[in-house]
Design a protein around this ligand. Structure first.
Ligand code: DGL
Length: 281
């Protein structure tokens, strides 16, 4: 991100970014809690999945996506993608924002997800299911330890779960094999786990199947509600940012892939018609 282009000033929609459809699970909860704002969702479906890509590539793709959302008028962008939050958030906040426009904000979703985890686990043993990139970044254990030093965190990478969602194969019988495999791996590595965080925004679409293989005494934590509550609180604490979010109750969806495909899948998922547009970022 450099200064070689002009950013529109003034209020705009809240930007929500994911590598694909997964961020819709976050958008849905944010929009439900705060329907008064305008939202602009960007899915980088042409380059999904991000989970197995290197730090530099995820950083560059995320940077381009944030820049697109800024150029489209967003003053505040939520990275509704754990992989991007783990690998790109800090660099964007520390390196890019000061150069581009220090008044704009980019927020991640890992911190809000773990804020209350200490009140949920009784054994102090927490599992995280996420992409390879998120697990290898160690962002979850690091964030949890900052708040709850006595919690023991075990991570399990599930490299095929995002492709199952992106290709709409997640309800097929074949999906069960890969879901059971990673749930079993996690629980075998630490049988004391009583709380599992779904640390990827695509995974709520697999929830029904994940629940089949997780014992009933283990709590499964999804991210949408926690991220939405945290964003609401953030906007209350930062009226200078809140004042830059337009209030027209409109949502627009952009994708780097086919707009027809995105519109069809997103509409089924969100249970309402969506306007989608293909964009080059
Ligand atoms: N929804 C993204 C996440 O939360 C998926 C990453 C990917 O594209 O692999 O990590």
């Amino acid at each position: 991100m450099g200064t070689n282009y002009k950013l529109p000033q003034g209020p705009g929609p809240i930007g929500i970014f994911d590598s694909g459809y997964g961020g819709l699970t976050i958008y849905q909860e944010i929009q439900r809690l705060m329907p008064q704002y305008d939202y602009l969702y960007l899915g980088d479906n042409a380059r999904t999945p991000y989970g197995s890509r290197s730090f530099d590539v995820v950083y560059e793709f995320t940077r381009q996506s944030v820049r697109y959302l800024f150029q489209s008028g967003c003053q505040l962008v939520v990275l509704a993608c754990n992989t991007a939050s783990a690998k790109a958030l800090r660099s964007i906040q520390q390196i890019d924002l000061p150069v581009m426009d220090p008044r704009r904000r980019v927020l991640g979703i890992i911190r809000p997800t773990v804020e209350n985890i200490g009140e949920i686990t009784k054994t102090n043993h927490v599992g995280v299911l996420a992409t390879d990139g998120t697990i290898k970044s160690l962002s979850y254990p690091l964030e949890i330890r900052k708040l709850y030093p006595s919690i023991h965190v075990t991570g399990e990478a599930c490299p095929l779960w995002v492709p199952l969602v992106e290709t709409s194969e997640y309800s097929s019988p074949g999906a069960d094999y890969f879901i059971k495999k990673h749930v079993d791996n996690l629980l075998n590595r630490d049988p004391l786990i009583d709380t599992i965080i779904l640390g990827c925004t695509h995974y709520p679409l697999l929830l029904e199947k994940i629940e089949k293989y997780v014992p009933s005494n283990v709590k499964i934590v999804t991210q949408g509600a926690a991220v939405a509550a945290s964003l609401k609180e953030y906007l209350t604490r930062h009226p200078e940012i809140e004042g830059l979010c337009t209030r027209g109750s409109n949502s627009c969806f952009c994708t780097t892939e086919s707009e027809d495909k995105f519109r069809e899948r997103a509409s089924v998922f969100l249970h309402q018609p969506v306007k989608a547009q293909t964009v080059i970022i």
